[in-house]
Design a protein around this ligand. Structure first.
Ligand SMILES: Cc1cc2nc3c(=O)[nH]c(=O)nc-3n(C[C@H](O)[C@H](O)[C@H](O)COP(=O)(O)OP(=O)(O)OC[C@H]3O[C@@H](n4cnc5c(N)ncnc54)[C@H](O)[C@@H]3O)c2cc1C
Length: 272
């Protein structure tokens, strides 16, 4: 699972003012992952090598494919941003994975509500395309609530709108935090995703939530859902934390000498 693969950048496509899509191809027959999982990418810049995580947004299925599709939003002065947003086709990186538990439960819940902010949409794309490929009798009601800044940042808009006809029982709501247009369509709202969730009257016995993207949005939505009787079992979360936070949450903090001495002293007193 943790073996490194070499991947080469094959395609770059702008999909919004802040977001690019990248396709990396590998030499191996397939890149294994389940819809919703992510890979760790090692990049190199003038200061050395460093790692960042990216969800795979490969469409169609969760079977092995020989490429990794990423949807990446630009972060001001971000280290990976500078490598990726200045990259040319042919860039070589090493990758390892898959990681992550943001995968659809089996059997499918009675209704699944996917909540994303911006590129937090990425892990839901393989899920949505997989569901669209199922025979209608095997699908279950699915809702996507996507939060973006404005219409220009409504990622993969055409495809998501087409799913409203291609995927039975699919409901789409797009929430704009900064859109000023007044001709809002039926699927468009002004405000944050939390307002739409609050209206849903979701039911823990029936509904299953998957949340991805901005950590603050995830904490706010989880708090709201806890108030409606949901527990961690009914809500899967993937926070797009920054690299520093990711490392500190993954690794147990090692104790300094003075912290170790203090702990030893406390243990001694406790044993007495
Ligand atoms: C499991 C997982 C999956 C992820 N999947 C994706 C994905 O599919 N697409 C994607 O675009 N990103 C994704 N991310 C985030 C990604 O890993 C990087 O953190 C992001 O691309 C920024 O990296 P950077 O090196 O450009 O910025 P850094 O050099 O790490 O950060 C530069 C500065 O910007 C701040 N900063 C970093 N990110 C943000 C931000 N989003 N908003 C505001 N300030 C910020 C930092 O605190 C720092 O001060 C994921 C993160 C995790 C943990």
């Amino acid at each position: 699972m943790n073996d490194y693969l070499t991947a080469e950048l094959q395609q770059i496509k702008r999909i919004s003012p802040s977001t690019l899509m990248f396709r990396f191809v590998t030499q191996s027959a397939g890149v294994s992952f389940r819809a919703g999982q992510f890979y760790r990418f090692t990049f190199t810049d003038g200061a050395g090598s460093f790692e960042r995580s990216y969800s795979l947004c490969n469409q169609l299925n969760d079977q092995d494919q020989g490429y990794l599709d990423l949807m990446v939003s630009e972060v001001d002065k971000g280290r990976a941003t500078q490598v990726l947003f200045n990259a040319s086709v042919g860039l070589q990186v090493s990758v390892r994975g898959p990681y992550g538990r943001l995968v659809l439960p089996r059997p499918l819940p009675a209704r699944t509500i996917l909540v994303a902010t911006s590129v937090g949409l990425a892990p839901f794309m393989p899920m949505l395309s997989m569901m669209a490929a199922l025979p209608p009798e095997d699908t279950r009601p699915l809702m996507l609530i996507l939060g973006v800044r404005d219409r220009s940042e409504f990622l993969c808009a055409q495809w998501l709108l087409s799913l409203r006809t291609d995927l039975p029982d699919f409901e789409l709501v797009v929430c704009y935090s900064r859109e000023t247009a007044t001709d809002l369509q039926i699927y468009e709202r002004r405000g944050y995703v939390t307002a739409v969730i609050a209206e849903q009257e979701a039911n823990p016995g029936n509904d299953f939530f998957m949340l991805c993207g901005n950590p603050q949005m995830i904490d706010d939505v989880f708090l709201l859902l806890k108030g409606q009787g949901f527990s961690g079992r009914d809500v899967r979360r993937e926070k797009y934390v920054f690299a520093r936070q990711e490392k500190s949450s993954a690794k147990p903090k090692s104790l300094s000498k003075s912290e170790k001495d203090l702990l030893a002293d406390k243990i001694k007193r406790y044993i007495k």
